[in-house]
Design a protein around this ligand. Structure first.
Ligand code: URP
Ligand code: ZN
Ligand code: ZN
Length: 474
């Protein structure tokens, strides 16, 4: 007699965003088929007695194999980046197909598919980055991409090659409102950064640590407030990405108090790093932690923890931006220790995101287990149109699961699976690590070994974000 389940995970303590229940999980054809006590024998049996099971993580903000200006190159492609994701409990990633100014958005999407197809080991969708909102992009390309399953895009208020001015942002937000798409905004004031950078360079203050001096909190606060005001003008929800501390949080709370739908993302670097990690002297090692916005200080870390526990934040993502430290294509462009303004921005974190938050958030007593699931899986799935196929454990959902091992782990780069030559969290002691990651019913990580899923990671066309109102005419 054939078993009715391909796999049964037995005696699980299963947590979703709303409930924690003790049950067996029956899996058939890659999907959750049944939850209950004493389920019939499966072809494969996995005993989770005494262990917590959560939905596989959705990393709603990471950068993989994103084309860069030479000589800089990302260390992770879809192979290494998604392998690391799987080993860290993430089963869906959403990196960015970035438009190059002067080129079409569709060209960026086509190129990005070529980079991912047949190489990814977890499921993936694409956000878009809109850097050149021409009439063609606004009237034709973007609406058609949104209707084809690319339903979220990022807009930058800084970086010369990506930034939009306020009028361009309004144009794109009006389109987001019309189409019901999710607009994500990188909020930092470009002119203030350029002005401060010039002053610092003139004073010879070019070591990595001065990166944080060039991007103080007010630069982020002002842009966050401006992004909120632009969204208010159009009457459209937005999602502010990588929020780093108090003053940006205050703007979001203020907007929410006025009844606005402002969603917010933060990342582990704003919980576990401070500006001191960019250096207390002029050592170049601080380049490892150069990211934007920069990490702040301990009191700002607490503000971010508070926002995670009290509902201010919608999602927690890695913002994995993988550059080697000791590499002419990485943090030392052309092989040189360069002034901070030329250090590629971003830090690795795709594999450490889930364990850091589970260990220090859930087991550290700062977050409930259900809130952990909401931040790392369910809300990203809803924000980006993947729910309920992804981001939860419900009948019919993909069987994307993590079984957690509660054990002491000392984090070292040598245990990670990314292609980056460092982790900013080297030496940190964690209380847990994923003991098993399952993608659509296949075990891709068993706590020691990575096994690629047969058929590979699948591309996901996103539906309309379910946190947003439906399409509305302006
Ligand atoms: O420094 C960062 N965050 N680099 C990645 C690109 C971005 O703006 O998210
Ligand atoms: Zn950004
Ligand atoms: Zn990013």
């Amino acid at each position: 007699m054939t078993a009715i389940f391909d796999c049964v995970i037995r005696n699980a303590r299963l947590a979703t965003a709303s409930d924690t229940i003790d049950c067996d999980i029956g899996i058939r054809q890659g999907r959750i088929a049944m939850l209950g006590q004493g389920l019939a024998q499966g072809t494969r049996e996995i005993d989770a007695a005494g262990r917590v099971v959560t939905p596989g993580g959705i990393d709603g903000h990471c950068h993989l194999d994103q084309p860069m200006e030479p000589p800089v190159r990302m260390a992770d492609n879809f192979d290494t980046g998604t392998r690391a994701a799987a080993c860290g409990g993430t089963t869906t990633v959403i990196p960015f197909a970035a438009q190059v100014k002067g080129n079409s958005l569709q060209a960026a999407v086509d190129d990005y598919h070529r980079r991912a197809d047949g190489v990814a080991h977890v499921d993936y969708a694409f956000h878009l980055i809109v850097s050149d909102p021409t009439d063609t992009v606004l009237n034709s390309e973007l609406p058609s991409l949104i209707r084809n399953g690319y339903t979220s895009f990022k807009l930058y208020m800084t970086y010369d090659d990506l930034k939009l001015d306020d009028g361009q942002i309004l144009d794109v937000l009006a389109l987001a409102r019309r189409e019901g798409a999710m607009a994500m905004i990188h909020a930092e004031n470009a002119d203030c950064i350029a002005w401060l950078t010039k002053k610092l360079e003139a004073a010879g203050q070019t070591a990595p640590r001065f990166h944080s001096h060039s991007r103080p909190m007010l630069v982020e606060r002002e842009a966050t407030h401006r992004a909120i005001s632009l969204a208010e003008l159009i009457d459209v929800p937005i999602l502010i990405v990588h929020v780093s501390g108090r003053e940006a949080v205050e703007q979001i709370r203020w907007a929410r108090g006025r009844g606005m739908k402002i969603f917010a993302e933060t990342c582990p670097q704003y919980l576990f790093l401070t500006a001191a990690d960019l250096g207390i002297d002029d050592s170049y090692l601080g380049a490892k932690c150069v990211c934007s916005p920069p990490p702040r200080d301990a009191s700002n870390q607490q503000v971010i923890w508070d926002g995670l526990s009290d509902g201010l934040f919608t999602v927690l993502s890695s913002d994995h931006a993988p550059f080697n430290y000791d590499d002419p294509a990485g943090k030392k462009p052309g092989g040189k220790e360069v002034p901070f303004a030329y250090i590629p921005n971003g830090i690795p974190g795709i594999e450490t995101r889930m364990p850091l938050l589970y260990s220090e958030g859930v087991l550290g007593g700062r977050l409930t287990l259900n809130r952990f699931v909401e931040l790392t899986a369910t809300q990203p799935a809803k924000a980006y149109g993947l729910h309920p196929r992804k981001g939860t454990v419900a009948i019919g959902s993909d069987a994307d699961l993590v079984i957690w091992d509660h054990r002491e782990v000392t984090l070292t780069n040598s245990m990670l699976h990314h292609a980056v030559d460092y982790t900013p969290y080297e030496g940190m002691t964690l209380k847990a690590w994923p003991g098993l990651t399952m993608l659509r019913g296949q075990v891709v990580w068993d706590g020691t070994t990575f096994t690629p899923p047969s058929g590979g990671g699948q591309f996901l066309r996103c539906g309309m974000p379910s946190l947003l109102p439906a399409r509305r005419s302006v």
